[in-house]
Design a protein around this ligand. Sequence first.
Ligand code: ARG
Length: 259
Amino acid sequence: MAETLHRLRRMVGALVVAVLLPLMGASVAMADGQIVGGTRASISTYPWTVYLATTSGFQYCGGTLVAPNKVVTAAHCTEGDSPSAVRVVAGREDKQSSAGVVANVTKIWIHPNYVDATIGSDVSVLTLDRNLSYATLPIATSADSALYAAGTSARILGWGTTSSGGSASRYLLTATVPLTSNATCSSAYDEYSSTAMVCAGYTQGGTDTCQGDSGGPLVAGGKLIGITSWGNGCALAGYPGVYTRVSTYSSLITQQINS
Ligand code: ARG
């Protein structure tokens, strides 16, 4: 039941982005040129940043290349999908270009405990049908707790909407956001789990990931420390973005990378 509702929400969300926004016109779509509060990024600077697309090419989530044929993304991005329905696009900064590579997916692993992003375990590993020749990003492990210190500046990347309920970005966007303390995040969200999640955002809001950025990277110290997962609205003061805490799941992810 919850799963059906969740999928319905995803479908409605995708429909709004796919059908209504193009009808609203490019002037609205390009209003700001941001993640929320971000700027354009060159894919050559972040070659491990990929996106998930439908077979018709519609971008709906982000991901990170962690091995030549393995992509880390969010479980809520792949839940209920068959591998044949998912494409991974790498090396393409402009969604309207044909740059880079479109890989097929041969296997979808979802964390066995995953139920809903707000409960945790929002992590999935995709196996690609080929090895890609783009640089990969190492994942944070239990030895990297220092990277999660409150105030650490972390990078977010994605092609998602540039405002809550707004239109998706044509181009890869990026911004940096400070990690919040566990205390700050648990006072914002009852659902916050300090083992499963990490939060990032400015007290005053204004910069954040948003719909369609899910599954994409949160990066600090040259490692994947988080996976874009959920939040209340986007870029709201007092409501940081919530990311899957990669270090908690690093053994399972590594197992999948080596499988
Ligand atoms: N759940 C969203 C997605 O599927 C990501 C939301 C992130 N929200 C935030 N406020 N940081 O794309």
